[in-house]
Design a protein around this ligand. Sequence first.
Ligand code: SF4
Ligand code: SF4
Length: 433
Amino acid sequence: MTNFDAKNPPQPALIDSCVHCGFCLATCPSYRIIGKEMDSPRGRIYLMDAINKGEAAIDHTTSQHFDSCLGCLACVTTCPSGVQYDQLIAATRPQIERNQTRSLPDKLIRALIFNLFPYPNRLRILLPLLWLYQKSGWQKLVRSTGMLQKLTPRLAAMEAILPKITKSTWSNDLPDVIPAQGEQHYRVGMVLGCVQRLFFSPVNEATARVLTANGCEVIIPASQGCCAALPAHQGQEAQAQALAKQMIDSFIDEDLDAIIINAAGCGHTLKEYGHILADDPEYKVKADQFVSKVKDVQEFLAEIDFTAKLQPITSGTLNLVYQDACHLLHGQKISIQPRGLLRKIPGVQLREPMDAALCCGSAGIYNMLQPETADELGRQKANNLINTGASVIASPNPGCSMQIQKHLDLEGSEVKLLHPIELLDYSIQGKQL
Ligand code: SF4
Ligand code: SF4
């Protein structure tokens, strides 16, 4: 008798497709750091099987091993048997949320995250306070005394990745329609993201400029909200479905060639709407239509005629390292396109880091919920990037950027970190880094 409830449990056929060979273990970041079988893909699949057969319960002991999974999908890339671990963990997480009572501190931090981060308008209200916190010297004091770390390590982890807030952070807004420069060849929608639009607004501005410089009219519906990545990755099914519907409704009436996203994690979730809304008769077809148009900005630019002229952005050779975001590399199989685009910039030499395919530890909100494992992964990632000798890191995901920047700072590194689209924008504009 299964211990999963009846609502979309992990499919036994998918569980049984694992032949327990263990090839995935070496590429699994949680296994690398924690070192226990139950914190590996194979171990988690064993656990799912045991719960499905009624041999294990959904309780704290078992759910901690699902919580320790970063959802990086490296195991999906590695598995020679084609095990769909992504579908298995996506089905397991809502089961955990429904059937396991979390501790009070866990509930509180999750409530804070789920009621704040997916709502840019709520987050925007906090920005002046965060600006004041940084500007007044409070941030320095809090960090130097380590008081937050002693009180609550998870809040400290949240604080540690806070990017620098400037007044432009909360005063930015892109227009609803941006015309193509020169002849128009495409009409594309643009998803702004939540963290991206508030903390990395220059990335969105650069994206719009690069698209328009390549013959795109850019449509930015004001009604768009969060892509649902954050609740979807944490098994918050109802919230993820509501946000996905809002996103679809914002774009569905526009006649678009593509819907563009510049954040790897958001892009992967946007492409998953067919699964997120699979049981919704009204939205399933709309979701499939929406998904058919979603493109990561680098994926899109690699497919079209890149007509904008590119100029050098440094006086000599620019040694650059591209940081693979898991939800692009493993989730969307996009790794050649960003490198190809960056190589177009005159004078760029690309370097490759060790363990390029290993997660940086950001993984959505993982670095706030599991700070110890995330910190060790972040430390390793920052060092592998620094050791390439590159002077600039190109990072295509805001979560990875915040995590890596934190660890670059801790290592005392001054290597610059930018989104690949910002580098292309510099090059089109003829600006120097
Ligand atoms: S998930 Fe794939 S690689 Fe990992 S143990 Fe199972 S069959 Fe082997
Ligand atoms: S998704 Fe990543 S962390 Fe989770 S089991 Fe697979 S490789 Fe490990």
